[in-house]
Design a protein around this ligand. Structure first.
Ligand code: ATP
Ligand code: MG
Length: 348
């Protein structure tokens, strides 16, 4: 494995619902692998960003902060080595966003392909909340606040990392020196897990994902309902593996890669029914999720402790973000009220 000992990692999720297998395969696996092997890993629970298309759902977002923190702990993220940071607890991030908004044009915001697709899938059209259109700028604030060099993400986030690079370069140019290092995306071997319905991406908002906290029954039912090859009517028919969600999940989660290759060849030839494949996938997912579910249920008995982890991580992160903010304020020529800002930070 590469040497990540000098890397600062920023990664995170929107608390729009419990985390799902897409998060696990796309980002959590890398966070777990890098935990303790990098300089620092901040894990952001992006509650302000969750409001950008859920402004009326503040209660739901607040509830999901706990759910997401429970998911982190249940998969094995350790708040000592990977502090959990609540975005709204670090108001410096909002100020950075405000400053960066002056470095970005509306045309550039509208060109972001992920945001474009999300605006379409949410049916926003011109009625898109301005906060939603601008959320890549808020992500640039999150990443640069910690001077992150590495961002483990799914591939839907690549345009955000690109935009972050542009903003960081503009700040560096204004400053006449490298305030920010380059932040690189870190993709996993499954950069985009498809939805159960065959849609390109499993997503909380689309409700087409298996959550990490799903019951054994829910997992089995989701596997049964998974999109396969609609042309594969009889077991003896040759089947298509491209676009077949069961194969995408076997590729992502079945530890026996050689066996999956054999199944793929057999399915293509014909003579292998969906029921056999789905039974295998059900077993694989049950093995993966049972220990996570168990740990999660245990941790959920003490929500106060979970939120204390979040508060501790947020407190530590705030100091770092405050230092970056005063640097950026100076770059923009704003007057520093450093002592007052410090006193405020200390009271939090
Ligand atoms: P929402 O629909 O509310 O936007 P989401 O499912 O897209 O939720 P996010 O919180 O936006 O989840 O994403 C958190 C991280 O998980 C990002 O790095 C994203 O790229 C990654 N991720 C989310 N869904 C998938 C997926 N299906 N495959 C791979 N990575 C994913
Ligand atoms: Mg998303």
């Amino acid at each position: 494995m590469d040497d990540y000992s000098n890397d600062i990692i920023l990664t995170g999720d929107r608390p729009t619902g419990p985390l799902h297998l897409g998060h696990y395969a796309g980002s959590l696996v890398n966070r777990l692998a890098l935990q303790g092997r990098c300089r620092r890993q901040y894990v952001l629970i992006a509650d302000c960003q969750a409001l950008t298309d859920n402004a009326g759902g503040a209660g739901r977002v607040a509830h999901n902060v706990l759910e997401v923190a429970l998911d982190y702990l249940a998969v094995g993220l350790d708040p000592e080595r990977s502090p959990f940071v609540l975005q709204s607890g670090v108001p410096e991030l909002c100020e950075l966003t405000m400053l960066y908004l002056n470095l970005v044009t509306v045309a550039r915001l509208e060109r972001n392909p992920t945001v474009k697709a999300e605006i379409q899938s949410r049916g926003f059209s011109r009625d898109v909340p301005a906060g939603f259109l601008c959320y890549p700028v808020a992500q640039a604030a999150d990443i640069t606040a910690f001077k992150a060099t590495l961002v483990p993400v799914g591939d839907d986030q690549l345009p955000m990392i690109e935009q972050t690079g542009e903003i960081a370069a503009r700040v560096n140019r204004l400053a006449g020196r490298d305030v920010f290092p380059e932040a690189k995306a870190l993709l996993s071997t499954t950069p985009r897990l498809p939805g159960l319905d065959g849609k390109a991406k499993a997503s909380k908002s689309l409700g087409n994902a298996i959550s990490l906290s799903a019951s054994a029954d829910e997992v089995s039912r989701a596997v049964q309902a998974m999109f396969t090859d609609p042309g594969h009517l009889r077991v003896s028919d040759p089947g298509q593996v491209e676009g077949n969600v069961v194969f995408a999940y076997l590729d992502a989660f079945d530890p026996d890669k050689a066996a999956v290759e054999d199944l793929r060849a057999h399915y293509r030839r014909g003579g292998l029914g969906d029921a056999v494949l789905k039974k295998r996938l059900d077993g694989v997912l049950q093995d993966l999720l049972a220990p996570i579910r168990e740990r999660r249920a245990r941790l959920a008995r003490d929500p106060g402790q979970v939120m204390r982890f979040v508060a501790q991580g947020t407190h530590a992160a705030r100091e770092v973000a405050a230092r970056t903010l005063s640097e950026v304020r100076r770059v923009f020529g704003l007057r520093e009220l450093e002592p007052a800002a410090k006193r405020l930070a200390a009271t939090w």
